[in-house]
Design a protein around this ligand. Structure first.
Ligand code: AMP
Length: 569
């Protein structure tokens, strides 16, 4: 791999971020700020409050975390005092955001502690006592610590409410009020939400000081005339992306393709893994000098390279005649970037294909892009091994047909004739096909792509009908205790924001889980249907997958808020 040479990180530095933070994001392979970062960071650095509307996948975490870290590191406060607090709706998000903040804070030395329900209280208390400049917490657990006086917010400078609409949907309104009350009024506040219903606006009016509104510009520019492109999205978890891409590549066998990634690091990792799987892939990112880019492009034009793997920055201004396929390894952070990327295929009247790998939590961003382009993105499942085999056989058949039509078979005809003295002609043909097929598969570099991809989750697959009601509703809001299954396996409960009033029956929940997550109905335990919500008992080890699957699906035709059952009173 070519030695990356850092470009001047003018993008992030020009927003007013300190050298340490610019170095941190550069090390993570970010090449330029996303639009939401460009808008929010300078405003937050100036000390103003922000009311931001942004979906997951737009880069909103860095948009609040980087200025928060900078403001907090400028404070002369006693070491270890909690200066920054980020409230998030779920445990998974708490872990993710804490990890991101930790990475950004590496060079500053600020300590970050995540605090969420369902984990050991003692351990969290120890971590908090040790001192944490930044705490990332779910509201229930945060309040618990405030009341126990294990989390002191008197010195708080910077508060973030992330995914505020989700927090309200989950019934955290009272906790939020109580936490806000426990913080000093002169703190700086950033509120981020995918939607801005009146309840959110009311919170902003009450608790934010003259906030600057930051929005991902809704269709400021027109998508222009989009080319004829088949658009497909596969929903896969991050851990299975590389395998999913390999499988989709096998299925599509693109004539010429580019794979877009968000960061330079991702480009490098992906190129390595694709090369290890027998593809000829080359990286294009902002860290390459002109000579290196030229070499890659020459090799690509001479078809010595199958795949270009590029960041948006590196692909800008590239002169590529025609691509059969554009792959988005990540959903791009804006609709404009999506349009720009897929515009590289389907040119001059030829049909092209644009394929996006999306993580379950990015479904909203995909819908947002659809709204912008006014074009549908079909959501599909990653091809199964059987489909892949059938598709490969089709390719072999097409090659054989070409051979038959092309003629020039006299040389080998004698072989068939001599074998025909001993064998049936059809059998001889079958053996020939088998050999030809084996040769293409062996040469196709498909090792690794036949692994199972268990968490490929489609968004809205029709759910199996006729699920029997396994656990009839006991009615009322039942008291819950943590439980274990007969085998001793830990279980947890999942809270779904729809219940009897919405017409939900146990079968709807079982259907959604088995249909969306591909989880056997035997894994699902007791189901409680209350008036306005439902609770489903599931094994702890499957809880995250089931939450993601339910979030990406609909119950009774409607999207519902889904989370683990709220911890303790
Ligand atoms: P978020 O919307 O905060 O969940 O971020 C989505 C993803 O984009 C995360 O994996 C981030 O690491 C990544 N990301 C955030 N900002 C940038 C950037 N400026 N360039 C490239 N990737 C980014």
């Amino acid at each position: 791999m070519a030695e990356p040479i850092d470009p001047p990180p003018a993008g992030f530095a020009s927003l007013g971020l300190s050298d340490a933070l610019v170095a941190a994001v550069t090390a993570l392979g970010y090449e330029e700020p996303t639009p939401i970062q460009r808008e929010a960071i300078p405003v937050l650095l100036s000390g103003r409050d922000v009311l931001g509307q942004a979906e997951t996948g737009t880069g909103k975490t860095a948009a609040f975390a980087l200025p928060m870290l900078q403001r907090v590191s400028e404070e002369p406060a006693a070491r270890g005092q909690t200066l920054g607090l980020v409230l998030v709706p779920t445990r998974e998000l708490a872990m993710q955001v804490a990890e991101a903040v930790h990475k950004y804070a590496k060079k500053l030395g600020s300590r970050v502690v995540p605090v969420y329900g369902g984990a050991s209280m003692d351990q969290q208390i120890r971590a908090l006592r040790h001192g944490a400049e930044v705490v990332v917490a779910t509201p229930g657990r945060a309040l618990d610590h405030i009341r126990r006086k294990t989390l002191a917010l008197e010195g708080l400078r910077f508060l973030v409410l992330d995914e505020a609409d989700e927090m309200l949907d989950m019934g955290f309104a009272e906790e939020l009020e109580a936490i806000l009350e426990a913080t000093p009024s002169e703190r700086q506040t950033a509120l981020f939400s995918a939607t801005l219903p009146s309840r959110i606006v009311a919170i902003a009016e009450k608790h934010l000081r003259n906030p600057v509104r930051v929005t991902l510009g809704r269709a400021k520019t027109s998508p222009g005339k989009l080319p004829r492109v088949r658009q497909v999205a596969y929903v896969v978890s991050r851990a299975h992306k590389a395998a999913a891409l390999a499988r989709v590549l096998d299925m599509e066998s693109p004539a010429s393709a580019i794979v877009f990634c968000r960061t330079r690091l991702e480009v490098e990792t992906l190129v390595e893994s694709l090369n290890a799987h027998g593809y000829r892939a080359e990286a294009l990112h902002g860290g390459l000098v002109q000579r290196q880019r030229d070499r890659v492009m020459t090799a690509f034009r001479a078809t010595k390279v199958d795949l270009l793997v590029a960041t948006d920055v590196a692909a800008r201004g590239l002169d590529i005649e025609h691509l059969s396929h554009v792959f988005n390894y990540d959903v791009p952070s804006t609709p404009e970037a999506y349009v720009h990327r897929i515009g590289r295929t389907g040119r001059v009247g030829r049909a092209g294909v644009a394929i996006t790998l999306a993580e379950p939590r990015e479904h909203r961003l995909l819908r947002f892009i659809e709204g912008f382009t006014k074009q549908k993105i079909d959501v599909a499942t990653v091809p199964t091994v059987a489909e892949l085999r059938a598709r490969r056989l089709d390719l072999t058949k097409a090659s054989l047909r070409e051979q038959l039509l092309g003629g020039g078979l006299d040389e080998v005809r004698v072989v068939v004739e001599s074998l025909a003295e001993e064998f049936d002609v059809l059998d001889i043909a079958a053996a020939g096909v088998k050999l030809a097929h084996a040769a293409t598969v062996d040469g196709g570099g498909d090792q690794g792509s036949e692994r199972e991809i268990p968490s490929a989750i489609p968004f809205e697959r029709p759910r199996p009908a006729g699920h029997r009601d396994r656990f009839p509703s006991r009615g009322g809001g039942p008291p819950f205790r943590p439980s274990r299954r007969p085998g001793g396996e830990p279980v947890t409960r999942i809270h779904v924001s729809a219940g009897r009033q919405a017409g939900v029956r146990p079968g709807d929940l079982v259907g959604a889980i088995t249909g969306e997550a591909g989880i056997g109905s035997r894994e699902i335990g007791a189901i409680e249907i209350a008036d306005r919500f439902s609770l489903v008992e599931v094994p702890e080890r499957l809880a995250n997958a089931i939450v993601s699957a339910l979030r990406a699906s609909t119950i009774k035709g409607k999207r519902v808020a889904v989370r683990r059952e709220k911890e303790g009173p």
